[in-house]
Design a protein around this ligand. Structure first.
Ligand code: RFL
Ligand code: PHB
Length: 403
């Protein structure tokens, strides 16, 4: 048995775990990361593309902003197309100059990984049987297996950054937490291709055939999504079928410009709203997707993970400076205040832009729900104050402060 002593044991080397590790390290707080998968597997998951300014700033603070600033693209607005009628949300104009950064989750994860490796910070990829012990005690621990050897970690705190299916949330006694969940009756089929994006800005489309999103990773790499039934399988969708369906759902002018090509990644993600309250059990803290999930329509998942990381790193820094344990209780309320805003915005955008086939939603029959959503889109997209409300939330609400 190998024994490791550290201040903070982090489970999961996704963006939450890596960013937290980096910020803690900058504050002189020792940490290790234990990850189930290989680094390549983590980098193979094509997910987020849009970073709020708060997240971009946090990456810079962590020392991981250089490539993002050189290669990422600042987006000052995006388009919403409802049945072909386009409205631009001018983020900059509506928010006094704010914008978002278009830079892939894969790239920021790679930058954080490189930084961790350069700092020689302990990271155990391909670990199995990761188990949390004694989270309520003064000396919590973590055990795991790695390269055929057993490890026992003795630490002050555990940060559960292990995503929705991880072990950390399951280590909290059921009676302590309340889980709020909504599963949507459809998924997103995503395609990544080495083709120039169809537009300079993202286009969110509502169409009678379902939602579509035109996004990008660079001037030569595009990311597109289609709303599909949960029963669909990736194998059901040839590249040609994907492009044909996309052309039907996006504005006609965009469809004419669309450059198609072979997919280099294709996957289906289910859509879910989920919050676990509280996000803390004594010395165990839940961070990012381990505590909450949003449907990707508002581009908020990774950005909420970043504000959790910001809150936890501030709380831990204050604790190690003062020894005052009462500050630890601030993490969950601080993080959740922002999480619920992101959950509501993502749910609201999802309802407005998707088709809800054959289903009554929120106790309404399908037709009434559809009318409400059309009215919502007309009102919010058709008025400046409505567009401002969307813009303010899309660029990101302010982070919670510790004091
Ligand atoms: P992750 O990325 O899931 O990382 C968790 C890590 O924990 C590891 N793990 C374990 N390690 C050890 N032991 C165990 N027992 C473990 N169990 C799990 C996993 O292997 C993994 O490496 O969670 P994290 O770090 O909290 O990051 C969250 C983000 O990944 C997520 O919120 C975003 O990707 C959501 N999201 C988007 N967010 C945005 O802010 N903007 C977007 O534009 C955006 N687009 C998206 C998205 C998510 C999508 N999908 C596929 C769900 C688009 C899509 C399609
Ligand atoms: C993406 O580029 O993957 C992306 C962008 C915006 C979203 C969701 C996903 O709302």
């Amino acid at each position: 048995m190998n024994t490791i002593q550290t201040q903070v044991a982090i489970i999961g080397a996704g963006p939450s775990g890596l960013l937290l590790g980096q910020l803690l390290n900058k504050q002189g707080i020792s940490n290790i990361i234990v990850e189930r998968a290989t680094g390549d597997y983590v980098l193979g998951r094509i997910r987020a593309g849009i970073l709020e300014t708060g997240f971009a700033n946090l990456c810079r603070e962590a020392g991981a902003g250089e490539r993002m600033d050189a290669e990422g693209e600042v987006h000052q607005g995006f388009l919403v197309s409802i049945e072909g009628k386009e409205t631009r949300i001018d983020l900059s104009d509506l928010t006094g100059g704010k914008a978002v950064m278009c830079y892939g989750q894969v790239e920021i994860t790679r930058d954080l990984m490189d930084l961790r490796q350069a700092g020689d910070l302990p990271t155990y990829y391909e670990s199995s049987n990761v188990e949390v012990s004694n989270p309520e005690g003064a000396k919590p621990g973590l055990s795991f297996e790695h390269n055929g050897e057993s490890y026992q970690v003795e630490c002050d705190f555990i940060a559960g950054c292990d995503g929705f299916h991880g072990v950390s949330r399951k280590s909290i006694p059921a009676e302590i937490i309340t889980e709020h969940e909504r599963v949507y009756p459809f998924g997103w089929l995503g395609v990544l291709s080495e083709t120039p994006p169809v537009d300079d800005e993202l286009i969110y489309c509502k169409h009678e055939r379902g939602f579509a999103l035109c996004s990008m990773r660079s001037q030569t790499r595009s990311r597109y999504y289609l709303q599909v039934p949960l029963t669909d399988k990736v194998e059901d969708w040839s590249d040609d079928a994907f492009w044909d369906e996309l052309k039907k759902r996006i504005p006609p002018k965009a469809a004419e410009r669309l450059v198609t090509g072979p997919s280099i990644e294709k996957s289906i993600a289910p859509l879910r709203s989920f919050v676990c309250e509280p996000m803390q059990y004594r010395n165990l803290f839940l961070v990012g997707d381990a505590a909450h999930i949003v449907p990707p329509t508002g581009a908020k998942g990774l950005n909420l993970a970043a504000s959790d990381v910001d809150a936890l790193s501030k709380v831990l820094q204050r604790f190690y400076e003062t020894g005052d344990r009462s500050v630890l209780e601030k993490y969950s309320p601080m993080a959740l205040a922002r999480v619920w805003h992101g959950e509501r915005f993502s749910w609201w955008m999802t309802n407005m832009l998707h088709q809800f086939p054959d289903l009554g939603v929120d106790g309404l029959d399908p037709e009434t729900f559809d009318r409400f959503m059309r009215s919502q889109a007309e009102y919010y997209l058709g008025t400046e104050h409505g567009r401002r409300m969307i813009a303010e939330q899309y660029v990101g609400l302010p982070y919670s402060s510790l004091d």
